[in-house]
Design a protein around this ligand. Structure first.
Ligand SMILES: O=P(O)(O)OC[C@@]1(O)O[C@H](CO)[C@@H](O)[C@@H]1O
Length: 310
């Protein structure tokens, strides 16, 4: 079973507003309300690719009910601990013309110690049936900064493949215990380096350091439509075309879902990269999050450009 962990899920409200700018009044040309948060998105995309999963984390209030219903409609197992308050709403404005995206996120409900303990108990129980654990997104208030580290250790002790997709101190803590795969937020890499990394060489030398912790695969974005993959077979730069792109919102999770499928199906390194890039690309071709079909993803795979750079 694949487990996705989202400690801070969200209801995503997307508004398409051509030529949006701060300070103006606009009418959205399109709106889209969806269940979100990184792990929730990954579970939804996995189901579009034909894989069932169990989604875990915390939910609260009406938004929490909405997310649970959306997941259940897709036959995704839900194992969330309920907390007081309201699961956050995140607002995104997509300007199709300027290709600019603006986001406003809430911090999420407070997680008391008792709820955390219940979650960890559930997590341990779910691990007995898991072969892959995805852990992603920001931490809600009250969650300790080393929680991802703890989740990776518990899964690794059972020989389960782990993927961490985060930023900031929670990612740093998790990297030290060597998750199998890490998606490293580009802005965070700049923060690690203390400067904005513009050259591919400096990016490679910095990310290569995470291999020292035992991370087998690491990936980070490079330029708008590219991704650098650090794999056991070398470093690759992968890119997809720009034509027809509507919104990159959620494309990161499509990339992650593709990677998980590639791993589970035992694809070779280059196919894992092509498949995950094609998932992200297909996701970016429409406003709705997720991929339209596996067939469409497979069609795009051939058009992903891939270069082995070291
Ligand atoms: O605040 P976080 O947890 O880092 O990111 C949350 C989020 O922006 O990530 C997804 C898109 O990547 C959205 O579904 C969700 O609103």
């Amino acid at each position: 079973m694949i487990i996705t962990v989202t400690l801070n899920p969200a209801v995503d409200e997307e508004y398409v507003v051509p030529e949006f700018r701060p300070g103006g009044w606009f009418r959205a040309s399109e709106t889209n309300r969806s269940a979100g948060g990184k792990g929730v998105n990954v579970s939804l995309i996995l189901s579009q690719l034909g894989y069932s999963s169990a989604a875990m984390g915390f939910l609260a209030g009406f938004n929490g009910e909405f997310i649970r219903d959306e997941l259940r409609k897709k036959r995704i197992t839900t194992n969330f601990v309920h907390v007081r308050g309201e699961t956050r709403t995140n607002v995104y404005i997509v300007d199709e013309i300027g290709h600019v995206e603006t986001g406003i996120t809430e911090s999420g409900p407070y997680i008391p110690e008792g709820a955390l303990a219940r979650f960890l108990n559930n997590y341990d129980r779910m691990l007995t049936r898991a072969k892959f654990v995805y852990i992603g997104g920001s931490l809600p208030p009250g969650a300790p900064q080393d929680i991802y580290r703890e989740l990776v250790v518990r899964a690794k002790n059972k020989g389960i493949v782990t993927l961490v997709d985060a930023a900031g101190p929670s990612l740093m803590e998790a990297l030290e215990v060597g998750p199998s795969i890490a998606k490293i937020d580009r802005r965070f890499i700049n923060q690690m380096a203390g400067i904005s990394l513009t050259s591919l060489d400096s990016l490679i030398s910095l990310v290569s350091k995470v291999h020292e912790y035992g991370v087998e695969w690491a990936t980070t974005s490079y330029r708008a439509y590219g991704e650098v993959f650090f794999t056991p077979k070398g470093v690759y730069l992968a890119e997809f075309g720009r034509k027809g792109l509507v919104s990159m919102f959620g494309a990161g999770e499509a990339l992650m879902a593709g990677l998980i499928v590639g791993f589970i199906e035992g694809m070779d390194v280059e196919d894992v990269i092509r498949f995950s890039m094609a998932c992200a690309w297909e996701d970016a071709l429409h406003i709705e999050k997720g991929v339209s079909s596996r067939e469409k993803v497979e069609d795009l795979m051939k058009e992903v450009t891939l270069e082995k750079i070291s």
